[in-house]
Design a protein around this ligand. Structure first.
Ligand code: 6PG
Length: 253
């Protein structure tokens, strides 16, 4: 089956160049969206790749180019560990940029991971999304995503039930994730593919085979969840460094 990838891709020389590209795009998009609609809603990515981008946003000049009081931050997924756990992605974002920004705490919506069961947390976050985006469906202005060597994205892992959620499920609980910690919360494709813009940030040779698979002719989003990201009415951009793109002929035209 022919590849149905409808996105664009940009290959950057190295992770540092990719972080600069991603941070500048964030700033430009924030300015455009806030000017047009008064607020900019973003679902942040977990993992280590976005850290360099987040650190750039936390310092001049980029920090001073964003109207942070009109930026609203959510997460695409979260590890179900307490906020003070080193594996918690809200904590990573706090440490890399949020604690340095003039962003109102009420603009930040972490996925709940304490005092609730994972299922209750998923229900709570679903309610949070519905209330924030009401009266329309949850449609983020920007969703940042990473990808694992197995083609997972957010906490959507190969073969997992969260890949084929019931019609209205916006946030799914993931148990026995192959990437620790094992219990997670994740936006489903229903939310991800509703976004106005999705940007993948993928670096390193460990991702090269998965990138080649995503852009290859074998279309199987259940076994390669990143292939399932195709915003219906939005724009998809893959930011890759040369190592991640190294096995993809189509990307090295
Ligand atoms: C996580 C993320 C996961 C991540 C990829 C890439 O919990 O870590 O949800 O999807 O984005 O695994 O991780 P790296 O950026 O660390 O390679």
């Amino acid at each position: 089956m022919a590849n149905l990838m409808s996105g664009q891709f940009l290959v950057l020389e190295n992770p540092e160049a990719l972080a600069i590209e991603a941070a500048n795009r964030f700033v430009t998009l924030a300015g455009q969206i806030i000017a047009a609609q008064g607020r900019f809603s973003v679902a942040l990515s977990g993992g280590s790749t976005p850290e360099a981008m987040y650190r750039l946003l936390a310092q001049a000049p980029l920090k001073d180019q964003v109207d942070w009081k009109n930026v609203y931050l959510f997460w695409g997924d979260e590890r179900f560990v307490p906020p003070d756990d080193p594996d918690n992605m809200w904590r990573m974002a706090q440490e890399t940029f949020l604690s340095y920004l003039p962003i109102p705490p009420t603009n930040i919506y972490p996925m709940p991971t304490t005092g609730v069961t994972p299922a209750a947390a998923a229900r709570q976050y679903t309610q949070t999304l519905r209330q924030f985006f009401a009266p329309g469906p949850p449609r983020f202005d920007l969703i940042l995503l990473g990808m694992g060597p197995d083609g997972h994205t957010a906490s959507l892992f190969p073969g997992h039930p969260a890949l084929t959620p019931p019609d209205e499920q916006l946030v799914a609980v993931v148990n026995h994730a192959p990437k620790p910690p094992p219990t997670r919360l994740t936006l489903t494709y229903h939310v991800i593919n509703q976004a106005a813009k999705v940007i993948f940030l993928v670096t390193g040779s460990s991702k090269a085979q998965a990138v080649a698979r995503v852009w290859g002719d074998d279309w199987d989003p259940i076994q390669c969840p990143a292939q399932g990201v195709n915003p219906r009415h939005g724009h998809l951009l893959w930011l890759l460094d040369q190592d991640a793109a190294a096995q993809s002929l189509v990307l090295n035209r």
